[in-house]
Ligand binder design. Structure first.
Ligand code: SAH
Ligand code: SF4
Length: 407
């Protein structure tokens, strides 16, 4: 049973969209223009016969309708000739990923479960999550870059997921489009004052390791940041990495967003356990690419994320070692209360321990905001997302696959 209610009537705790996991999924037949770079849009126009001399102007029109007005149908594009609208619709769509479920937390956090086609015909559809966190001075959208993650950090729910595939730029930008659709954040009439920015910040902190899907993440961020695209400045976009050292320099030059590094431990022995990729990229290798990250300064600091795990990494000695490790790097330290998930062996540090830790960091001259846990009732913390497909039994998966194949 699918229900879809008017988003403006949503109350905390509502589940406004709910589809059963086994509801028949039909993969889109035509490619979507969402998330394509300017060059790729021009190419898509060229492929349907738009002359080169016209392409730049047409790309500008498409950008406006897609990203300022949020068009979902080519027929809405009234500044584009009727004939071209028809040709576009014959070959392309403006589709976003399909929403399977939308949940609203008591604190206003919203979580969307999105369904994406499998990589090959007949394959199970994939699911990823995307979370919106409203705060008084900003609204942050936490976006996924992969289905699952290959890195298996021991405290992260996503890392326990077996299915992994990279998202395309269409699917990454599509998450921002869906959030804007559901929050009603499009400019409805030409010339009308822009709605207040509900989504002011984007963080690549959902499922997946963004630097293991480099090109797609780079191209998607260019569209999100483009002044004629979604128009969210790169200073308000943060890419979070578990510390893929050789890719950090490239991220700085080719993406140029803000950078967050998931540190979580100050000793290699412990970090090997929490973030297993540490055995390949140990702690000692992290400071240099961070120091050299373009434009890094006291005004543009690198964020270091540190999840607070009771009795594991939360001692005063750890806090002091953390401060020593980061000395000389313009840094912010984000202390993240661990968000528990069913089956985890970890617990969140006690509040007074988090406070003690935070005080040591603060006294060393670092801002150390403790990220308030958000959306706990809907298990919505960034980085601990796991899709529903993954929870299907083997029999259900087979049934789903069989259904897709008999279509
Ligand atoms: N793979 C990237 C980005 C996604 S994870 C990375 O690791 O940085 C985003 C953040 O959420 C990371 O800092 C991650 O360590 C953190 N995280 C993962 N699981 C968590 C949990 N259960 N509770 C709190 N934070 C978590
Ligand atoms: Fe992957 Fe990040 Fe989770 Fe580690 S914390 S498993 S890198 S998503």
């Amino acid at each position: 049973m699918t229900t879809l209610i008017d988003t403006t009537r949503l109350k905390a705790g509502d589940v406004s969209i709910e589809k059963t996991a086994l509801e028949r999924y039909v993969a889109p037949e035509k490619p979507s223009l969402v998330g394509l770079s300017r060059a790729a849009l021009a190419e898509a126009l060229g492929a349907i016969g738009v002359e080169q001399s016209q392409q730049k102007m047409r790309v500008q029109q498409l950008l406006h309708w897609l990203y300022v007005r949020g068009a979902t149908d080519f027929e809405q594009m009234t500044s584009v000739s009727k004939k071209l609208r028809g040709t576009l619709a014959e070959h392309y769509t403006l589709a976003r990923p399909e929403i399977v479920a939308e949940q609203v937390s008591v604190d206003g956090t919203r979580k969307w479960l999105l369904r994406l086609p499998g990589e090959h015909p007949g394959e199970l559809p994939h699911e990823v999550e995307c979370v919106y966190i409203p705060e008084t001075d900003r609204g942050t959208l936490c976006v996924s870059s992969q289905v699952g993650c290959t890195l298996n950090c021991s405290f992260c729910h996503t890392g326990t997921q077996r299915l992994v595939r990279n998202l395309t730029p269409t699917e990454i930008v599509g998450q921002v489009m869906i959030a804007r659709d559901r929050l009603g954040e499009w400019q409805s009439k030409p010339g009308s004052p822009e709605n207040p920015r509900l989504i002011s910040n984007v963080v690549m902190m959902g499922m997946g390791e963004p630097l293991y899907n480099f090109e797609a993440v780079r191209d998607a961020i260019q569209v999100i940041a483009d002044g004629d695209g979604l128009g969210i400045s790169k200073r308000r976009i943060t890419l979070s990495t578990s510390g893929v050292v050789p890719m950090i320099e490239r991220a700085g030059t080719e993406i140029g967003s803000m950078l967050a590094v998931s540190l979580h431990a100050v000793r290699d022995e412990l970090r090997n356990e929490l973030v297993p990729s540490n055995s390949k990229y140990p702690i000692g290798k992290l400071p240099e690419p961070c120091r050299n990250y373009p434009c890094v300064s006291n005004a543009r600091r690198i964020t270091f994320e540190y999840v607070m795990l009771k009795g594991v990494n939360d001692s005063a000695a750890d806090a002091k070692a953390l401060v020593r490790l980061l000395s000389g790097i313009p840094a912010k330290i984000n202390l993240i209360p661990f968000n528990p998930w069913p089956g985890t062996k970890y617990e969140c540090s006690d509040w007074d321990q988090i406070e003690k830790f935070s005080e040591i960091v603060f006294n060393a001259g670092y801002a150390s905001p403790v990220r308030t846990p958000r959306g706990r009732d809907i298990l919505a913390a960034c980085g601990q997302l796991k899709s529903a497909t993954e929870k299907l039994s083997a029999r259900e998966r087979l049934a789903l696959r069989a259904m897709a194949m008999t279509d």
